[in-house]
Design a protein around this ligand. Sequence first.
Ligand SMILES: *[C@@H]1O[C@H](CO)[C@@H](O)[C@H](O)[C@H]1NC(C)=O
Ligand SMILES: *[C@@H]1O[C@H](CO)[C@@H](O)[C@H](O)[C@H]1NC(C)=O
Ligand SMILES: *[C@@H]1O[C@H](CO)[C@@H](O)[C@H](O)[C@H]1NC(C)=O
Ligand SMILES: *[C@@H]1O[C@H](CO)[C@@H](O)[C@H](O)[C@H]1NC(C)=O
Ligand SMILES: *[C@@H]1O[C@H](CO)[C@@H](O)[C@H](O)[C@H]1NC(C)=O
Ligand SMILES: *[C@@H]1O[C@H](CO)[C@@H](O)[C@H](O)[C@H]1NC(C)=O
Ligand SMILES: *[C@@H]1O[C@H](CO)[C@@H](O)[C@H](O)[C@H]1NC(C)=O
Ligand SMILES: *[C@@H]1O[C@H](CO)[C@@H](O)[C@H](O)[C@H]1NC(C)=O
Length: 559
Amino acid sequence: MFLMHLYHFQAILIVFALNLPSATCGYIEYHGSHFRKACSVFEPAQYVANATVTVHEFVAAGTTLQFPDNDPSCARSNQTVSVDLCRVALNISTSSRSGVIFEGWFPENWAGRFLATGNGGIDGCIKYEDVNYGAANGFSTVGSNNGHNGTGGSSFYLNDDVIEDYVWRSLHVITEVGKNLTNAFYPSPFVRSYYLGCSGGGRQGVKAAEMFPQDFDGIVAGAPAVNFNNLTSWRASFFAKTGASSSPNFISADIWSELIHNEVLRQCDAIDGVADGIIENPRMCDFRPEELICAAGNATQDCLSAAQVQIVKEVFSPLYGSSGELAFPAMQVGSEVLAVQKLYAGAPFPYSLDWFRYVVYNDDFFDDSAFGVADITAAQALNPFNVQSYPSDLSKFASHNGKLLMYHGQQDNQITSFSSERFYNHLARGMTMQSPQIDNFLRFFRISGMFHCNAGPGAWMIGQASSGATGFDPESNVLAAIVRWVEQGVAPDTIEGTKFVGDVKANGVERKRKHCRYPYTNTYVGGNSSLLESWQCIQDPLGITLSDEHDIERERWEK
Ligand SMILES: *[C@@H]1O[C@H](CO)[C@@H](O)[C@H](O)[C@H]1NC(C)=O
Ligand SMILES: *[C@@H]1O[C@H](CO)[C@@H](O)[C@H](O)[C@H]1NC(C)=O
Ligand SMILES: *[C@@H]1O[C@H](CO)[C@@H](O)[C@H](O)[C@H]1NC(C)=O
Ligand SMILES: *[C@@H]1O[C@H](CO)[C@@H](O)[C@H](O)[C@H]1NC(C)=O
Ligand SMILES: *[C@@H]1O[C@H](CO)[C@@H](O)[C@H](O)[C@H]1NC(C)=O
Ligand SMILES: *[C@@H]1O[C@H](CO)[C@@H](O)[C@H](O)[C@H]1NC(C)=O
Ligand SMILES: *[C@@H]1O[C@H](CO)[C@@H](O)[C@H](O)[C@H]1NC(C)=O
Ligand SMILES: *[C@@H]1O[C@H](CO)[C@@H](O)[C@H](O)[C@H]1NC(C)=O
């Protein structure tokens, strides 16, 4: 309490020094030259332990910041800033042999909210575009390199502190630092705190809810990389299934994205009532690749050999552990059009390769082509700092009135969306709750026709990041939706997504769809299928079952 007052006192001092109205008038007056002055007199080092200030500057809207020393693998050498803001970059040490690079952007148009942003994969890359997205929407926003630079994992090698930063510490530390700075910089303390991340960043959000239930009031976790150890194994397993791109039965990208994808659509697109290239609920698709087998004596290009059909079967099968237990659910169909870029490319999946090399085995020469159950067991047994991120109970988060909004693309090409359904069911069992009760603190939206985190043929723009934002309306923007849920208690029932022709707004809308929350499935009910009213959320006939999904998976894939 004393500290809170201290921050407030500091803020009031700044306000007096600048001859501004008192802080009780709110931050409305904190504008223009006053804001620039406040930024320049601010002394961030005072509020943060164990850190050095590397950048402290006012940045005017429209400026393109250059990051010349940003790791090239992050492919983020610059960022255009949307609004006037005060930028603070820090080098925070987290142990004698680890630290995080921190970015905090404090916008002039502050709406009293704090936002932390996450990372992806096993990186190491500040998502400047997300930091900017938060600041542009009035959040004081932070991001970090999650304890190491670049997309690779070599920094993990023989350094548990860098691994610990990656698993949880970096996000927790930058959240504390960011909150300290927010309260010190603005004339009044922040009112609510939020988190936004996808993929590896989705895992960070779930981890925060599990480990630090007070850190955030609202969390948006996209395509979360939960069940992390087994996910890493699952991704590693594709190379052994597909074979190298030079192997005799290798299925080329063209065959996957045309022949196989078209057959997937032929068998499953109309299950939801409309053949529009989008499978609303891939769980209802029981794909039979045998339909593509080359008839004896008919060697056309448009078919698969028996060995290739077997590869397709294996690619679409779950991953099982050493005693036959489910380790990770199957890839969902529809994703093949993009999964060819990485998982089916006939090469080791880089994130998994580095995790096995530099964390699980500390062996540069780990050979992914022989991946097997022993590797699954080894990764799961190590589980450093509980990177697993698979809580069966989030009641502490729920009782602090925290809200978690999950979303997952139904054509996700890097993390099967069945993993999020399974995680939801896992929580349901762990907390002995049916979906109407889970709905009070967790809502999971399945985004049909969306790839990993963004893009795709479906109505994928849901405000998950600046590239997917069509406005800051809680009906159609997940970040705005979590704000409304936290601050006004209005929970989102659906999230309206948009697809522009060629993903360019000026080209006009190609489709809109109101994505349903699990376990509901969007189902065509008649009329013009381009119109929102022609669809309804109905209870998923297959999805919500609290019985052991292991048996269900087995039955499905072994027949
Ligand atoms: C936040 O500020 C408090 C009070 O100055 C300090 O004790 C704490 O260490 C700070 N947190 C971090 C992560 O620097
Ligand atoms: C600062 O570093 C010291 C020594 O490494 C550590 O004990 C302390 O917890 C750190 N403080 C914060 C806020 O991280
Ligand atoms: C990591 O990247 C930051 C810039 O984002 C740079 O300042 C720092 O020197 C890099 N650290 C290492 C160890 O390369
Ligand atoms: C910003 O970075 C992108 C790629 O990340 C690059 O294509 C572009 O040329 C850069 N722009 C400026 C102004 O540096
Ligand atoms: C950050 O701090 C660490 C440890 O104090 C130091 O080794 C590193 O060079 C610093 N990096 C930057 C970019 O200041
Ligand atoms: C050969 O296969 C193609 C493609 O499946 C099919 O259209 C054609 O009818 C087949 N020809 C014979 C002779 O079976
Ligand atoms: C992960 O895989 C192991 C098999 O190695 C299995 O025993 C465990 O239950 C799996 N965990 C989850 C959450 O799927
Ligand atoms: C269906 O609705 C779309 C969008 O409003 C419209 O462009 C199209 O003409 C309609 N189709 C029919 C058959 O009415």
